[in-house]
Ligand binder design. Sequence first.
Ligand SMILES: C[S@@+](CC[C@H](N)C(=O)[O-])C[C@H]1O[C@@H](n2cnc3c(N)ncnc32)[C@H](O)[C@@H]1O
Length: 263
Amino acid sequence: MSDPELPEHVRRNRAYWDGMAQEWIEPGRAAWQSEEPYWGIWRIPESELHLLPDDLAGMDAIELGCGTGYVSAWLARRGAKPVGIDNSPNQLETARAFQKEFGLDFPLLLGNAEEVPLPSGSFDLAISEYGAAIWADPYRWIPEAARLLRPGGRLVFVTNGTLIMLTMPDLEASGPATERMLRPYFGMHRFEWPDSEGVEFHLGYGDWIRLLRANGFEVEDLVEFRPPADAAARSRFEWVTLEWARRWPSEQAWKARKRSPAR
Ligand SMILES: C[S@@+](CC[C@H](N)C(=O)[O-])C[C@H]1O[C@@H](n2cnc3c(N)ncnc32)[C@H](O)[C@@H]1O
């Protein structure tokens, strides 16, 4: 699909992420190097969060918005057969370079996670860590994830905590998340910040649950991340302090399962 045919937010996010790709090379390499998966800005280990299915061996997995590809690399090392799709040619270039550097190969596709050029019912796991989970429109990518999964397939996605989206100042330069509600909860969907070219999407809890259920998912868990007290040095991001994130969830992961048709 050529640029002008992409939805406006997808076109904008392609330009945004192509511009950001350079900054994600070193963090991407560190994640590729890690034996144990870790999640989010506080790098909380998988052994604490349990986001992944226990046995990934042989699972067909798709990473929606794979970026530098480290989540897919973790899945591949645990025996899954991942496919990564990402909207940014520059991010995929990094992912391909890491495949060579780390001697691991899996398919990488350039495309929009809201419209994946693969057959229905091809996957056992759909996963996104801050990929489609925040940069694609949930009213488009959740139905697409449902289409791609087999009955019983799992959906796991990591995104910002709901409360933090309401308490962050408009400008990043104004400082980290506050203790005040700065914008309405009702109507949460598309977020544009005055100091960023990117377009993000965040929903309230009820809207997430209704959207997942309407697309045939059972919600299995909402894992709200609480970093340990000594995690200050783990985050390179300035939009939340450790003190804030110890009191309220700065990040969250939804775990859902696609219902099997009733017999
Ligand atoms: C913060 S990165 C997350 C990926 C990965 N966890 C990482 O850190 O490398 C966000 C990624 O989402 C991708 N993305 C944004 N919109 C997308 C869309 N509509 N479809 C597929 N990927 C998308 C961006 O190109 C970017 O590589």
